[in-house]
Write a protein that binds this ligand. Structure first.
Ligand code: TUI
Length: 319
């Protein structure tokens, strides 16, 4: 299957694996790349040394392209960029949770393709202007830290606003949702939640089971008043957090520190300990569609088969 994105990056299938904090390591990224998609290593709050370890590990596990994601709120972001530009050999960088403008020039000089995650038309336009090769347009259906507009509404608006390729993210977990994104004008999709249950994902079985059990209405948003809304599966932690958030929101001077304190260590607890009561089970709204564990290859090939099947049915409507 060929799109502007498979051609730009030299990959077989237009499927990116999204960067997920504590989750998207060299094992997951290389499995996705070996299956023909674009794997991504997340760097979260890590320093350059930690990022280098994962990149070197991935290089041993795949000779296909993979990306490194930069979390722009990372206090070590400058040294991570220095490493990526100077001696990583990485060819694709994605960015999230901020505006990467001040780094783009250096990536371009190092012949690294920059693909920022955006949650608005304005930022997508700006990214095109400063030389981004493509943009990942993430709707509010996504997991983790999210914007406000839905994938369905945002993707076609960005497609109309820019000339660079668009990768749709948020709400994609099978051939139908991938096909829908292509209908909206996207050249590829990015998938996070579904890869949580990949056999190659090194996360606690408790987290995987929570995804597999989730229903359509089981995600909630935490952290609206801290300006970092995060989509997670509903549990004891989210009930306590939402109650505290409501209390603080009613005050003249909300104690945001108290709210941040409640979440401290909670993502690590979900990923490494499978703590489904007090862990932060970051997930997108499509979790309810994810029903079984599978390898990265089965996941990606399933999308191709499913999209083709649905496309044939839709084409029939027009005949
Ligand atoms: O970054 C994400 N999702 C994430 S990061 C993360 S780690 C975390 N842990 C605890 C609390 C908060 C975060 C978990 N999930 N997605 C990419 C993304 N980027 N979504 C939305 C954006 C975004 C938002 C604003 C991109 C740019 C932006 O620009 C603002 C500006 O400065 O113009």
């Amino acid at each position: 299957m060929q799109t502007a994105i498979t051609e730009l990056l030299g990959i077989e299938y237009p499927v990116f694996q999204g960067a997920m904090a504590w989750i998207s390591d060299a094992d997951l990224a290389s499995a996705v790349s070996n299956a023909g998609g674009l794997g991504t290593i997340e760097t979260g709050g890590g320093n350059a040394e930690l990022v280098k370890e994962e990149v070197e590990k991935a290089k041993k596990q795949t000779d296909k392209p993979f990306a490194v994601n930069i979390y722009l709120q990372n206090p070590h972001v400058d040294e991570v960029v220095d490493y990526l530009v100077n001696d990583s050999g990485v060819k694709v960088v994605t960015t999230g949770a901020g505006n990467p403008s001040k780094y783009v020039e250096r990536f371009k000089e190092a012949d690294i393709k920059v693909i920022p995650v955006v949650a608005s038309v304005a930022l997508a336009r700006r990214m095109e202007r400063i030389g981004a090769e493509a943009v990942i347009v993430e709707g509010t259906e996504a997991g983790g830290h999210i914007g406000k507009t839905t994938t369905m509404s945002l993707v076609p608006q960005v497609v109309d606003a820019v000339s660079i390729p668009v990768i749709a993210a948020g709400g994609i977990a099978d051939g139908r949702t991938m096909g829908a994104a292509l209908m909206l004008g996207a050249d590829a999709v990015q998938v996070g939640t579904h890869f949580l249950v990949a056999k190659e994902a090194n996360i606690h079985q408790g987290f995987k089971d929570a995804i597999l059990k989730a229903r359509d209405i089981d995600t909630v948003e935490n952290g609206e008043i801290t300006c970092h809304p995060v989509s997670v599966l509903r549990n004891q932690l989210t009930r306590e957090y939402l109650a505290a958030e409501k209390e603080e929101a009613a005050k003249d001077e909300p104690n945001l520190e108290r709210l941040n304190e409640l979440l401290k260590g909670s993502l690590r607890a979900a990923v490494q300990e499978g703590d489904s009561k007090h862990g932060s089970l970051m997930a997108g709204q499509i979790a309810g569609l994810v029903r079984e564990e599978a390898t990265c290859q089965e996941i990606i090939e399933g999308y191709m088969v499913g999209a083709k099947k649905r496309l044939a049915e839709v084409q029939n409507f027009f005949n």
